[in-house]
Design a protein around this ligand. Structure first.
Ligand SMILES: [Zn+2]
Length: 220
C-alpha cells in the first residue's frame, strides 16, 4: 500500500497493488504534474498499471484526479449511488474554492451493496456503508492486510466534518461505532487526511467518538 497526499487539501490518495501487476486507486486526488509524476515514477519502479478507481465518497478533494485516470487509462470511478449528487456538486465546489477541476468522467453505473466483496487480482475488499460525512460514503475493509481504507469518517484524534451537504453528526457517530469500532483493535485505519491510526487507538482516546462513550459526538 502507498498513501500519496495530493492537492491543496492534503487528501490521501491510496494505492493498493492487486498482487498481479494491477493497482487499485482509491480517491485519486491528483491535481498537479508533480503529483502525476510521483505516481508515474512509482508505476515504473514497481511495474504496476492502474486497473480500477474506487471512491470512498465524491467530495472535490477526492475526485480531482478522476479526469486523468480516465484520460490516461480509460478508468471511470466507481462510487456509491447515494454519492452521485456529491460527485455532481464537485465542479461548483471547485469554483467556490477557486481551484481548478478538469471535467469529471461519467461514473460507473454500479454502486456498492452493503457487505459486497470486491476482488481485484489477489486483492479482496469488503464494502461497508458509513454515511454521516457524505450520504454515500463507504469504507473498504482489507481483512488480509488488517486495514480499512476509511476516507473521511475517522481520523487520528478526529472525525470527518458534518457541516457539508448531506452531513449528519448522529449518523457519523453511528457509522464509527457500528462499522469501524466493531473491527479488531489492531486494524490500521487509512484515513482521507493525515496520518494512519488504529481502531484500538481511536476507540481508546478519540475525543469525538470512543469506547467509553465520553466523546463530544456522544453527549446528550
Ligand atoms: Zn470529504
Amino acid at each position: 500500500m502507498i498513501v500519496q497526499p495530493c492537492n491543496a487539501f492534503s487528501e490521501n490518495t491510496v494505492l493498493l497493488p492487486d498482487g498481479e501487476g494491477g493497482l487499485v486507486v482509491i480517491d485519486p486526488g491528483y491535481s498537479s504534474p508533480e503529483e502525476w509524476n510521483t505516481l508515474d515514477t512509482l508505476l515504473a519502479a514497481e511495474g504496476l498499471r492502474p486497473t480500477a478507481v474506487l471512491l470512498t465518497h465524491a467530495h472535490l478533494d477526492h475526485v480531482m484526479g478522476c479526469h486523468g485516470m480516465e484520460r490516461r487509462w480509460g478508468l471511470r470511478p466507481r462510487m456509491d449511488v447515494l454519492d452521485l449528487d456529491t460527485y455532481a456538486m464537485a465542479p461548483p465546489a471547485a469554483a467556490l474554492y477557486g481551484v481548478s477541476l478538469d471535467p469529471l468522467p461519467q461514473p460507473l453505473e454500479a454502486g456498492f451493496s452493503e457487505g459486497e466483496e470486491l476482488a481485484f487480482g489477489k486483492l479482496k475488499l469488503t464494502v461497508r456503508h458509513a454515511p454521516g460525512h457524505a450520504p454515500g460514503h463507504v469504507v473498504f475493509i482489507d481483512d488480509e492486510h488488517q486495514r480499512v481504507i476509511g476516507g473521511d469518517v475517522l481520523f487520528q484524534g478526529s472525525i470527518g466534518r458534518t457541516d457539508l451537504p448531506g452531513g449528519d453528526p448522529g449518523v457519523l457517530r453511528k457509522s464509527i461505532e457500528e462499522v469501524l469500532y466493531t473491527l479488531p483493535d489492531h486494524y490500521t485505519v487509512v484515513p482521507g487526511h493525515g496520518p494512519t491510526t488504529t481502531i484500538g487507538a481511536e476507540r481508546a482516546a478519540n475525543p469525538f467518538v470512543n469506547a467509553a462513550g465520553s466523546g463530544m459526538l456522544q453527549q446528550g
